[in-house]
Design a protein around this ligand. Structure first.
Ligand SMILES: Nc1ncnc2c1ncn2[C@@H]1O[C@H](COP(=O)(O)OS(=O)(=O)O)[C@@H](OP(=O)(O)O)[C@H]1O
Length: 703
């Protein structure tokens, strides 16, 4: 006797998951070109489909053909016909039934029946017991696919390249009553997705800790990404899910699945369990991609290693990011579209990774509600960041301006799709700040011991008309999100002032030499103090170098290629320092000029009370500590800064290029004259004269 499966009560996750109605795209997308995800690289090792696996398990030749077509249960008929491959043989709907709706129904009945027989053939005592309760859902409970606009070649397949779904039977067994109600267990109950490196391990562990969730052997079952025979599949699931244990214990959630890459297979999940619910957490796309890349670069990673990581440096991979398969995983619009296509909206919880890490307890409560679980207080210290830092040791986020720009553009259009799918209630934009923090912290940690970075700057982050000008970063890795929100509130209370402040503690001698070294290649450093002529460069006791109150750092480049000046924000200064400390060799003189204010009306060679400090490095060696000698001159030392006519003091020799680094290589780059500058990638980033394709504003807008 069939009794309706008892679905957990689904409550809309407050603040995270406010979906209104199913997206109109669901229908539209089906008719047009599907937004396909290329999985060709990941599927090439799949063994050929064995259509007889299930029938062979049953040992009845006569049944082979039919069974091969219905192995995966209730909705499999629909999916069966959607298989893109032409290499498959076996059951076809046309042979069996006249209408597709009927096919779906027949598929369900036969599939479930076969699952039962398969399980009994398997011979496990516990499984046999369960077979008594095999249930067949009624047809209305099954989502019926509209196949009218599909073609034999690509219908419903998210993968146009011929990806073949591993064809395995998913047992659907009414295992035991919960609160007196019969229950059909599909696999999985919950999918934990969003792509690799988006906190899947954390979410898995958090759910596993809940007393109403059955303990599971593995987080990543690879059930849907591995080809198995029917027998192997039953075997696997029996082991994985501990059916007997499950029956005795009355868990509300029997099975979780958090296989990386699994987000690409919503149709397969639906075929396996139409009642499945998916928790999709989306991380700021570029950060996630880089995190995945770095994960793959680690020695313990056993899976596919991008070609650029085999032969080249990570830096090069970033440069060639689009050729990396993980790049596509970060196109959430395309992925969410497939999920909306496959499941009702209320079976999907979509949240931002940044929100999850910033407020894990809130997220957890939402997730439990969504999963139909009772509220649960896991206690203090529960929300640790699983997998944290394994791939974060080296975070060279630098990449070329052009490279970054094109990534932003690519993600930008996907974001547009995502936001339209989510009907404007979901934004993945504006969260690049966390990676900025991480990047900054990494740079700082290499410099010495820094606990906190406190930065104020214009246009760090904009949300609508409100711009955030304050950034707090803490070296505590899990605090990025907190910093972000703190920065947000700070920005609101600070009235968005154009201030820029940076506290640098315990900078080592190398920092000083670092800066000096950089000057050695750039020869000319201009620092513009903020609205005043106060000294902005100090050599303090304990060899602390403090840079304060400076807004911009100007590097004068080749005057032949003028106007060729760029303005770097403070972060770049740190990067410059870090880079140069490695390469510091024979630096003799360092010029610092303070109070060089472009807004002053200076003509000719006069620029008011400009001050020049000359630091003599000639006596400095690696062994002998740096002891600067300072010489202060006042008076008309040089021409005012003018990007159109960059003339410097005659004693300066102007190099043709300078090393430039920033977040993503260029995030903080402010272009004085964008038509004349470009940044290109060599062994490092170097500035050359030439067209510059983007400006900072466009990047900020994109995020
Ligand atoms: N709670 C919390 N707070 C902050 N950060 C968190 C949290 N949980 C996971 N993470 C970060 O997510 C990354 C690991 O994600 P996954 O578990 O999905 O990785 S994996 O695909 O299973 O390897 C990994 O990111 P990276 O540090 O960029 O590698 C983790 O640091």
């Amino acid at each position: 006797m069939y009794r309706s499966p008892r679905l957990p009560h689904i409550t809309r996750a407050q603040g995270i998951d406010e979906w209104k109605t199913p997206s109109p795209f669901r229908k539209i997308e089906r008719k047009g070109e599907s937004n396909l995800v290329d999985r060709s690289n990941t599927t090439k090792n799949l063994t050929p489909f064995d259509p007889n696996g299930f029938a062979a398990l049953l040992g009845t030749d006569a049944d082979k053909e039919d069974l091969a077509g219905v192995g995966s249960g209730d909705a499999s008929g629909a999916v069966q016909e959607t298989e893109p491959t032409s290499t498959r043989s076996g059951f076809r709907f046309g042979k069996f039934c006249s209408t597709k709706l009927l096919c779906v129904f027949f598929s369900v009945v036969i599939g479930l029946g076969c699952s039962a027989v398969a399980l009994s053939s398997y011979g496990s005592a516990g499984v046999s017991e369960l077979l008594d309760a095999v249930s067949v859902p009624d047809a209305v409970a099954i989502p019926v696919l509209d196949l009218s606009n599909t073609t034999p070649k690509n219908e419903f397949s998210p993968f146009a390249d011929g990806y073949m779904r591993p064809e395995v039977p998913v047992p659907k067994v009414d295992v035991c009553g919960i609160n007196g109600n019969a229950r059909t267990v599909g696999f999985p109950d919950i999918f934990i997705g969003g792509g690799m490196k988006s906190g899947t391990t954390s979410r898995f562990e958090w759910l596993q800790a809940h007393p109403e969730v059955a303990k599971q052997e593995t987080k990543e079952t690879h059930f849907f990404t591995t080809n198995r025979t029917a027998r192997e599949a039953v075997d696997f699931l029996t082991r994985q899910l501990s059916w007997q244990h499950l029956c005795k214990s009355r868990f509300k959630l029997a099975s979780l699945e958090a296989t990386a890459g699994g987000a690409d297979f919503p149709l397969q999940y639906r075929a396996a369990n139409p009642a499945l619910r998916a928790v999709l957490v989306l991380r700021e796309p570029l950060t996630r991609t880089i995190s995945e890349l770095q994960h793959r670069a680690t020695s313990y990673f056993r899976g596919d290693r991008p070609e650029c990581l085999r032969r080249l440096f990570l830096q090069q991979c970033l440069h060639d990011l689009k050729t990396f398969s993980g790049f596509k995983t970060s196109h959430y619009g395309a992925i969410v579209q497939q999920w909306l296509h496959s499941f009702p909206r209320d079976q999907l919880m979509v949240a931002r990774f940044e929100d999850m890490v910033a407020r894990p307890a809130t997220f957890y409560a939402d997730m439990l509600r969504f999963a139909g679980l009772s509220p649960f207080d896991p206690g203090l210290g529960f929300f640790r960041a699983a997998n944290s830092g394994r791939s974060s040791e080296e975070r060279p986020y630098n990449m070329t301006t052009a490279g970054f720009s094109s990534l932003v553009n690519d993600f930008g259009s996907d974001m547009t799709l995502l936001n339209s799918l989510m009907q404007g209630d979901f934004e993945v934009t504006q969260v690049g700040l966390q990676s900025k923090c991480k990047s900054l912290i990494n740079a700082l940690e290499k410099q010495g011991t820094f606990n906190t970075v406190y930065m104020k700057g214009p246009g760090w982050l904009c949300e609508g008309d409100t711009c955030i000008d304050t950034l707090y970063c803490s070296s505590n890795r899990t605090a990025g999100g907190k910093s972000y929100h703190r920065a947000k509130s700070m920005a609101k209370s600070s009235g968005n002032t154009f201030t820029y402040e940076y506290l640098l503690r315990n900078a080592s001698l190398s920092s000083t030499k670092f800066l000096a070294g950089q000057m050695g290649s750039a020869h000319n450093l201009w620092m513009r103090p903020k609205n005043s002529s106060t000294t902005y460069l100090q050599y303090c006791p304990k060899r602390v170098l403090e840079l304060q109150d400076t807004i911009d750092l100007y590097l004068y480049l080749n005057p032949e290629a003028r106007p060729a000046s760029v303005s770097l924000l403070h972060f770049d200064k740190l990067e410059l320092m870090r880079r140069a400390s490695r390469e510091l060799t024979d630096i003799d003189t360092l010029f610092f000029v303070n109070h060089f204010d472009r807004s002053r009306s200076c003509n000719g060679t006069c620029c008011g009370a400009a001050e020049r400090r000359v630091v003599d490095f000639s006596k400095t060696t690696p062994e002998i500590e740096f002891k600067p000698t300072l010489e202060t001159k006042r008076g008309p030392l040089f021409a005012p800064f003018n990007p159109d006519t960059p003339t410097g003091p005659s004693e300066f020799s102007i190099p043709t290029e300078a090393v430039l680094f920033g977040d993503y290589g260029s995030f903080a780059l402010r272009v004085v004259n964008e038509s004349q500058i470009s940044v290109t990638h060599d062994t490092g980033l170097r500035i050359y004269a030439g067209p510059l394709p983007l400006n900072q504003q466009s990047i900020l807008r994109a995020w």
